[in-house]
Design a protein around this ligand. Structure first.
Ligand SMILES: [Zn+2]
Length: 263
């Protein structure tokens, strides 16, 4: 039986500048970054990981995301929303048991509240910060995504140290990786044939961060961001894991996207 599968999706892309992704680099050059999200199919319940940008925002991008679209302009079609893409695999919103969130920036929070039976997994620190962000980080949060009545949340406490193991079988673990935001987490997915895949989220925008040749252009703490990369690198070395960076255009092209999958 080999019924655990990881699907990689993209909810369009964002147009920004190189320096938004790689601090002090690019001299104002344009950059287009993918907006990845994931589905883990598991016998004990399916998990949407992140969920990309909210398709609902496309009708009125400035009304939905605010002036943040001037720095990160969404390039996305409605059918690239997470609910619509899951439908192409034959999944309805009620087939999703969990929505696991690396953090609550708007290019990761588009799944929140779209799956009526889902429990939303997020670090408690991230959730609290998203309601009261500092001025430089405020534009990245779209409060209408996560400030909704009737959502079911499960708050994780990664600062305590141990990874959180969702099903107790190692298939999906959450590792606390602050720095990009105060409460960021990354995910380790362990599969029978493909081994361990690190869904770094924005702890590793691009391989430049992984290889320590650039800091990210947006961060809450440079020290924490650097140490979170080191933490993930140690985990990768131990498990021989494959790294999936959060927004690396070249690296992303090398992965198999849905309807293909990793098992
Ligand atoms: Zn982010």
């Amino acid at each position: 039986m080999n019924d655990i599968r990881l699907y990689l999706f993209q909810s369009g892309s964002q147009l920004c500048k190189v320096h938004d992704i790689k601090m002090n680099q690019g001299c104002g050059q344009d950059m287009e970054i993918p907006v990845p999200w994931f589905l883990l199919m598991h016998p004990k319940g399916n998990v949407v990981i992140d969920g990309g940008l909210a398709a609902e925002g496309l009708a009125d991008p400035r009304g939905y995301w605010g002036d943040a679209i001037d720095a990160y302009r969404p390039r996305m079609r409605p059918e690239q929303g997470c609910v619509a893409q899951l439908a192409t695999l034959g999944l309805s919103p009620r087939d999703i048991r969990y929505v696991a969130l690396s953090h609550l920036h708007c290019d990761h929070s588009g799944a929140v509240g779209r799956f009526p039976d889902a429990v939303h997994l997020v670090q408690r620190r991230e959730y609290e910060y998203a309601f009261a962000p500092d001025w430089f980080a405020a534009g990245a949060y779209a409060r209408k995504d996560f400030d909704r009545a009737g959502l079911r949340w499960q708050f994780l406490d990664g600062e305590a140290g141990q990874p959180f193991d969702l099903y107790g079988d190692g298939a999906l673990q959450a590792v606390f990786t602050p720095g990009h935001t105060l409460g960021h987490q990354s995910f380790l997915v362990t599969l029978r044939n493909s081994g361990t895949m690190i869904l770094a989220g924005d702890a590793v925008y691009t391989l430049d961060h992984w290889n320590e040749t650039a800091l990210p252009g947006l961060l809450a703490s440079a020290v924490d961001a650097v140490r979170s990369v080191q933490k993930l690198r140690a985990l990768a070395e131990r498990s021989g894991a494959t790294l999936v960076p959060g927004h690396d255009p070249e690296a992303w092209r090398r992965f198999r996207l849905a309807p293909g999958y990793y098992d």
